[in-house]
Design a protein around this ligand. Structure first.
Ligand SMILES: Cc1cc2nc3c(=O)[nH]c(=O)nc-3n(C[C@H](O)[C@H](O)[C@H](O)COP(=O)(O)O)c2cc1C
Length: 380
């Protein structure tokens, strides 16, 4: 089957995912928090950014390569960390890691993924990143860093936009509990999605395997919207960032930066890049769209800026680069691809985004990412 014929755009993958996923998994993946205004704002703010197309520039070859952490990269984007990806498709993290390694793009494993760094070690390429939810206990912290290093992860990402648990009301309404338990209500949802049920039956309900080693005793005190990771987590401080900087030799990234004044402080601690993100609107509904925060942060630092939240195609990546981003990451999109197409999904999405970048750069007469024209703002 020609996937580009049947699934030409992300919307096709999203619809395919919605058709194949049980309701509680769809709600987990697609929801934001509160009234989901921040999620909508990401889309609206991206759509406002336009460019005047170039004409009469003759034929041109487009070069999509870029550099990050001193390394050349064939493509300007990668796969963002998503907790419990195994709910979306069995062995999700394995499929994503192998696809990323094949395409030469980074894959970032979440602390609360359904597979551990050790599970993934045989499948990652030489550009795997690990996203840390910050363990409170120093001995657990040191042990986890040691495990990540031993498994071959080179880049450490500290997520700082989850100081407290998010409420994610839509997810709660769907009946999803933490840890996920197949209640009769969820089983009824599964029965309507036979492809997912068959694929998932072999593996059973996923859990946060990285944390197995540290979890003991009773977790019954957890609020219903929290998850087991919260038992181990703290709300990190500036000292915590400094501690990690002193204890991690490779590239160190702070994820979830939206305030310009935080950028110079992080730069002075010696972090290697800032990741501009509002967590896809899943944490704080009053947050600015990530793309709105980007120019202010660009003006405040010379550090490389990684951008995410709401990217749905190549044009969104160009919008972010035109406003100062140095790299882009996609979270939900790769999971829509997995849910719609199983193991073939991630490769297809990478190719789709690549073609979309090339088509849009052709319209702009930009032979490479450094040659993007100044963007303009469409009226609201
Ligand atoms: C279902 C889901 C789970 C997520 N889990 C994590 C996580 O464990 N750690 C983290 O730093 N970010 C997490 N994120 C946020 C993503 O890393 C990323 O910032 C966001 O998804 C990017 O926006 P996009 O999905 O519109 O591409 C999650 C996002 C989704 C949709």
């Amino acid at each position: 089957m020609d996937l580009h014929q049947h699934y030409p755009g992300l919307q096709d993958l999203k619809q395919g995912a919605k058709r194949r996923l049980p309701k509680f998994v769809w709600e987990y993946l697609d929801s934001g928090t509160g009234a989901e205004a921040a999620k909508a704002r990401n889309r609206t703010a991206l759509d406002r950014i336009g460019f005047e197309p170039s004409i009469l520039h003759g034929p041109m070859e487009v070069d999509l390569s870029t550099r990050l952490f001193g390394q050349p990269r064939p493509l300007p984007f990668g796969i963002a960390p998503v907790g419990m990806s195994g709910l979306v498709w069995p062995d999700a993290e394995g499929h994503l890691a192998r696809s990323a390694a094949g395409a030469g793009i980074p894959f970032c494993l979440s602390t609360v993924a359904s597979q551990s760094p050790e599970d993934l070690a045989p499948h990652i390429g030489d550009d795997a990143w690990f996203q840390l939810y910050p363990p409170k206990d120093e001995s657990i912290r040191k042990d986890l860093l040691q495990r990540i290093r031993a498994a071959g992860f080179k880049t450490l990402v500290l997520t700082v936009d989850v100081p407290v648990a998010s409420r994610r009301e839509r997810q709660v309404r769907s009946g999803l509990t933490q840890p996920p338990k197949l209640t009769p209500r969820l089983l009824a949802q599964v029965a309507l999605r036979p492809a997912w049920a068959l694929a998932s039956a072999k593996r059973g309900m996923p859990h946060m395997r990285t944390l197995d080693k540290y979890i003991s005793g009773d977790q019954s005190g957890l609020p219903p919207h929290a998850h087991i990771g919260y038992l181990l987590r703290t709300s990190p401080s500036w000292d915590y960032v400094q501690w990690l900087r002193d204890n991690w030799e490779g590239p160190f990234v702070i994820k979830g930066v939206l305030r310009a004044e935080d950028a110079p402080k992080l730069e002075s601690i010696g972090v290697d890049a800032l990741w501009i993100s509002n967590h896809a609107g899943r944490q704080f509904d009053g947050a600015p769209a990530s793309i709105e925060a980007l120019p202010r942060i660009r003006a405040a630092t010379t550090l490389p800026l990684i951008f995410d939240s709401g990217i749905e195609g190549g044009l969104d990546i160009l919008r972010a680069f035109a406003l100062g981003a140095d790299f882009a990451m996609l979270g939900r999109a790769y999971h829509f691809a997995l849910a719609a197409l199983g193991p073939n999904g991630p490769d297809h999405l990478t190719d789709m985004i690549k073609r979309d970048l090339e088509a849009n750069m052709g319209q702009l007469g930009a032979a490479d990412l450094a040659a993007l024209p100044q963007p303009m703002m469409h009226p609201i």
